[in-house]
Design a protein around this ligand. Structure first.
Ligand SMILES: O=C(O)CCC(=O)C(=O)O
Length: 294
C-alpha cells in the first residue's frame, strides 16, 4: 500500500521521514519531487531509526568478509578513502536497506523512469585524522564511460555515522545536474570534473554542506556535482551508498566482475524490512574492486 504524507518539509531541500511501524510503501510528496527536479537532490532526515542504524553498523563491524573486501584509494594529499563495493543487493540486512521501499522505492519515484536495478552498493569510510578528500565530480562523469546511454542513475547516501564539515562530509552544488555532463579528467587515482567550470557553477549556484546524523539520507541525481573533504576530526565518517540505474540504461560494455550476471529490477521490500531483521550476519556478497569508479 502506498502511503502519502510520510515526509514533512523542513526547508527547500530538507524533509523529514515520519516513522510508522506498519508495513508500508512511502510516496514522495509533490514538494519532494519538485525539489529533486529543481535542486538535483533531497535530504531526508530520520529515514532510518537509531535501532535500525545500530543493526546496520553492528552487521558491518561484525563481518570479516566485509573487512577483507575493503580497499583504499589515495587522494592528492596521499590520504586514504577506504571503500567496500558490491553489485548484488542480497537477502541480509544490507539487502533489506537497498531494496527498501524507503530507499529503492523512493529513488525510483524521484527519478520517474520506471523500474531500476542496483548498480552498486558501497560503504565509503574516512578514518579519523587520515581520511581523504573526494574531488568534485558527477557520477555520470564515470558512468558515461561505461556506455550508460542516459543520465538515469540516482544515489541514496545514508549516514552510518554523523557526517559533516568536520569529518569530511558531502558537499553538493545545488541545481548543477541541470548543467548536463561536464568533462572529467584524472587526478591521482580520482576522476574530477573540469575545475574551471565547477568554480563558475559554484559561483552561480552556491554550495550546500550536507550535514547528516546517522539514519539521515540524501537522494541525489548522477549529474549533481559533489565532493567531500578530509577527515581531520577524531571521529570516523562512514556512508552507505546505493546507486540505482534504470533498466533502459543498458550497458554495452559490461565492466563488472560478474560480467554475465543477469540484471534484474530491484525486488523491493516494505519499509519495515530492516526492523524485522534479527540475524545480523552479513551474507557473502560479490565484493569487488571497481575500475576506478568512486
Ligand atoms: O562518501 C562520500 O564522501 C561521497 C562518495 C561519492 O562521491 C560517490 O559515491 O560518488
Amino acid at each position: 500500500m502506498y502511503l502519502k504524507d510520510n515526509f514533512t518539509k523542513e526547508s527547500d531541500f530538507d524533509f523529514r521521514f515520519n516513522h510508522n511501524d506498519t508495513e508500508m510503501w512511502p510516496e514522495p510528496t509533490t514538494e519532494m519531487l519538485d525539489s529533486f527536479d529543481q535542486n538535483g537532490f533531497v535530504i531526508v532526515r530520520d529515514l532510518f531509526s537509531p535501532i535500525e542504524m545500530e543493526k546496520m553498523v553492528k552487521s558491518i563491524e561484525g563481518s570479516n568478509e566485509f573487512e577483507k573486501a575493503n580497499f583504499a584509494e589515495r587522494d592528492v594529499h596521499n590520504r586514504k578513502i577506504v571503500q567496500s563495493n558490491w553489485n548484488v543487493p542480497g537477502e541480509d540486512i544490507l539487502g533489506m536497506v537497498a531494496r527498501n521501499a524507503k530507499v529503492a522505492g523512493v529513488a525510483e519515484q524521484l527519478m520517474g523512469h520506471g523500474d531500476m536495478y542496483m548498480y552498486t552498493g558501497k560503504v565509503t569510510m574516512k578514518k579519523p585524522k587520515i581520511g581523504g578528500e573526494i574531488v568534485w565530480h558527477q557520477d555520470y562523469g564515470y558512468y558515461y564511460n561505461n556506455h550508460a546511454l542516459f543520465p538515469d542513475f540516482i544515489n541514496v547516501l545514508i549516514g552510518l555515522t554523523k557526517s559533516d564539515h568536520e569529518n569530511g562530509g558531502l558537499q553538493v552544488i545545488k541545481g548543477s545536474h541541470h548543467c548536463g555532463r561536464i568533462d572529467h579528467g584524472k587526478l591521482v587515482g580520482q576522476t574530477h570534473a573540469d575545475l574551471d567550470r565547477v568554480n563558475l557553477i559554484l559561483k552561480a549556484q552556491g554550495l550546500v554542506e550536507v550535514n547528516l546524523r546517522p539514519g539521515d539520507a540524501i537522494f541525489f541525481h548522477c549529474n549533481l556535482l559533489h565532493r567531500s573533504g578530509v577527515n581531520n576530526s577524531d571521529h570516523r565518517r562512514w556512508n552507505l551508498i546505493f546507486t540505482f540505474n534504470t533498466m533502459r540504461n543498458y550497458h554495452y560494455r559490461v565492466d563488472r566482475k560478474n560480467g554475465d550476471m543477469k540484471i534484474e529490477a530491484i525486488d523491493k521490500v516494505p519499509a519495515d524490512a530492516v526492523k524485522k531483521v534479527h540475524n545480523l550476519k552479513l551474507q557473502y556478497r560479490d565484493y569487488h574492486v571497481p575500475d576506478g569508479s568512486m
